[in-house]
Design a protein around this ligand. Structure first.
Ligand SMILES: C[S@@+](CC[C@H](N)C(=O)[O-])C[C@H]1O[C@@H](n2cnc3c(N)ncnc32)[C@H](O)[C@@H]1O
Length: 224
């Protein structure tokens, strides 16, 4: 080992390389691509410093996060959608950019994340988003939502009790899940009965849009 002191610059971690916009993105997001690009630029500039997105995530910002979130947009119906645990705005802000015909309420308890979400709503000029600072179970929301989304919040057994009560009768859960979704479904049978979760199904989304390894699983069910 050299006993020559390393120059200070060499000891500072190199900034993460940010994933370039994939070719599929412009076609997938269509007329909304500029909004998604603006959100991507904001996440790239501030996401790591504000603790919204880890350094390991910037190299897969588009495939793992923006496209992944956007895959849910075609499942939404005109109405009111609550996104529980929005964090950096995934999937809530991406969906709000894609679906100006849908009203979104982003429910997030952490003050810093709420400030970020509110700033992004203003900077992106989104007219269809309200941000609520609360834990979902304490949010004092009426049960008037047509659909509820959530991504990376918790396993179904604990996620259903904080999402299903927000839905009006016949409303739909649209919960983004990883490869453990089938195991989570098995573990949640009692909770499904308690919260009247019916017709559960798992959709696999993203074929032809994201690489095979990044296909997204969505747990979808009706609440009566
Ligand atoms: C791992 S982050 C995921 C954030 C974002 N959905 C994403 O996919 O990047 C989980 C988020 O859920 C929020 N959260 C945790 N418990 C919650 C609850 N009971 N109600 C609403 N949000 C909650 C956390 O504050 C955090 O921002």
């Amino acid at each position: 080992m050299s006993d020559v002191e390393q120059p200070e610059a060499a000891q500072v971690a190199a900034p993460a390389v940010v994933e370039a916009e994939p070719a599929a993105a412009a076609e997938f997001f269509g007329e909304h691509i500029d909004g998604v690009r603006a959100f991507a630029a904001a996440l790239t500039k501030h996401g790591e410093e504000l603790g919204l997105i880890g350094p390991l995530e910037l190299p897969r910002l588009w495939t793992r996060h923006l496209l992944n979130s956007g895959l849910v947009a075609p499942l939404l119906r005109p109405g009111r959608v609550a996104d529980v645990g929005s964090g950096a705005g995934l999937p809530g802000l991406v969906l709000a950019i894609q679906r100006p015909d849908v009203d979104f309420v982003l429910i997030e308890p952490m003050e810093r994340r709420v400030a970020w979400l509110e700033r992004q709503v203003a900077e992106l000029g989104l007219q269809n988003v309200t941000v609520v600072r609360a834990r979902s179970e304490e949010a004092r929301m009426d049960d008037s939502f047509t659909q509820v989304t959530a991504r990376a919040v918790s396993a179904l057994r604990t996620l259903i009790p904080i999402t299903a009560p927000l839905l009006k009768d016949g409303g739909e859960l649209v919960l983004m899940k990883g490869s453990s979704v089938e195991r989570e479904i098995d573990a949640a049978a009692k909770v499904f009965r308690k919260y009247r979760v019916t017709e559960p199904e798992v959709l696999v989304l993203g074929e032809g849009i994201v690489p095979e390894a990044e296909l997204t699983r969505v747990f979808r069910a009706i609440v009566h």
